[in-house]
Design a protein. Structure first.
Length: 144
């Protein structure tokens, strides 16, 4: 991971937003965006990976991110990665395909979310969710 001032700001914000949350396996949620960020190779994708669930999971807005000094490139990718209520999942994934930064981060996010070894006892819902995520991966990897 690249530890620039922007990355450090993103780490602090991500931690503040997610510090009390747990993932589906019961682990502190902050490990998920951190894991996704570790898969990235540049500052922009690292910052997006760290913040990819901040707008969706908190009252933090894209305008808040802009006011904090995050670039428009970062905000645009996060906007695309924020699943709107009522939007069909595959339509949401199709929107992500329009932005290479969002695609790269979402692929890492989906791969981590599909990792059934994170769950102690996967149930039928977990298996169906993982299949949905594998379908999304296939869609994102298709040429546009």
């Amino acid at each position: 991971m690249i530890y620039t001032p922007q990355t450090k700001k993103a780490i602090n914000l991500m931690f503040e937003v997610h510090k009390e949350q747990r993932d589906k396996s019961g682990l502190p949620y902050v490990f998920h965006p951190f894991h996704v960020a570790e898969q990235m190779e540049d500052e922009t994708t690292t910052v997006v990976a760290l913040l990819h669930d901040v707008v969706e999971d908190s009252d933090c807005t894209l305008e808040d991110l802009r006011r904090m000094g995050f670039s428009e490139e970062v905000c645009e990718a996060i906007d695309l990665m924020t699943h709107r209520e009522g939007m069909p999942y595959m339509e949401y994934v199709q929107r992500i395909k329009t932005n290479p930064v969002a695609v790269k981060v979402k692929l890492a996010d989906l791969r981590h979310n599909s990792d059934m070894t994170r769950l102690e006892e996967p149930n039928e819902w977990d298996v169906k969710r993982a299949e949905k995520y594998r379908e999304a991966i296939r869609l994102l990897l298709e040429s546009s």
